[in-house]
Ligand binder design. Structure first.
Ligand code: FAD
Ligand code: FES
Length: 265
């Protein structure tokens, strides 16, 4: 069930350069949230930006939720200017999130994040840990500034594999290169993936090669977030057929084998 919290109060704001984390008092959304779902945020009372913007549920803390985002345009810049005590209008939780194992599995869960793709994984990592599931977080970016949550995840005791393209933190290279290098020691495993499209496609290739089950959090421009505008379609397999599917309703998380990557080229 989806809730509109028109008067949700901001209770915290942290920032690291262009990355921000907002904590929001939203009890109805928090109560129903699961990892991988998202919220649509109306950023302003005015018409700029006109449309709500989608953000993954980064974490849930009692009656509060958190979002974690990178400033990339007008909407995120305005959101980054919000202060504790400000009121925002949110709709959620929306979509279908990651599937959690019924009980802890012996093989590790590998959470693979590129840059702001780390957003849904704090919530997921806590839920997996609660189940007693062994997990490892692969967290990569162009440079150190793209991994602002690394110290916190480390302090929380999560097993991390960091990578930066310029080599200033962790492995030098792409997350997918580090994953391919470590996989012989970690497989069999289960992948949870969120990040730029090129990274998702490469992890999909690796998961097919190693026959590792994988779930991908997909992104698209979203006009509504609840199935009305058809702005968010991805090519999804249904048996022999491929259908352009609204990821806001049926996703944003899909199993790798359902995604027709070849149609995205
Ligand atoms: C389900 C879902 C969950 C998301 N969760 C997060 C999150 O947790 N943290 C986060 O930082 N971002 C997340 N995003 C992306 C976020 O919604 C966009 O970055 C944001 O809407 C951009 O708004 P803007 O007004 O700042 O940028 P705009 O001015 O609208 O666009 C700026 C630039 O970003 C590009 N862009 C905008 N939206 C997207 C998109 N969805 N996919 C690819 N490129 C885009 C545009 O093409 C343009 O180049 C999510 C997107 C989806 C669909
Ligand atoms: S965002 Fe409107 S149909 Fe998906």
């Amino acid at each position: 069930m989806t809730f509109m919290e028109k008067e949700a109060r901001l209770t915290g704001h942290e920032s690291w350069g262009s990355y921000h984390r907002l904590r929001i008092f939203a009890p109805e959304v928090a109560k129903r949230a699961s990892p991988g779902q998202f919220v649509m945020i109306r950023i302003n009372e005015s018409y700029l930006p006109l449309l709500r913007r989608p953000f993954s549920l980064h974490h849930r803390l009692g009656e509060e939720i958190e979002i974690f985002f990178k400033v990339v345009g007008q909407g995120t810049a305005q959101l980054a200017a919000k202060k504790e005590g400000d009121i925002i209008d949110i709709l959620g939780p929306l979509g279908r999130g990651f599937s959690l194992p019924a009980m802890a599995e012996e093989s590790p869960a590998l959470l693979i994040a590129g840059g702001r793709g780390i957003a849904p994984f704090l919530f997921l990592a806590h839920e997996l840990r609660r189940l007693g599931q062994r997990l490892i977080i692969f967290y990569g970016g162009k440079t150190k500034e793209d991994l602002p949550l690394a110290p916190e995840l480390e302090a929380l005791g999560f097993d991390l594999r960091l990578s930066t393209e310029d080599g200033c933190l962790g492995f030098r290279g792409m997350t997918t290169e580090l994953l391919a290098r470590e996989l012989p020691f970690l497989s069999p495993a289960r992948f949870y993936v969120c990040g730029p499209e090129a990274m998702l496609a490469e992890v999909a290739r690796i998961s097919r090669q190693w026959q590792i089950p994988a779930e991908f959090s997909l992104e698209a421009r979203m006009g509504c977030g609840f199935g009305v505008c058809y702005g968010c379609v991805w090519p999804i397999r249904r048996g022999e057929k491929i259908e352009w599917t609204r990821i806001c309703l049926e996703g944003p998380v899909f199993p790798g084998e359902a995604i027709a990557w070849e149609k995205k080229k």
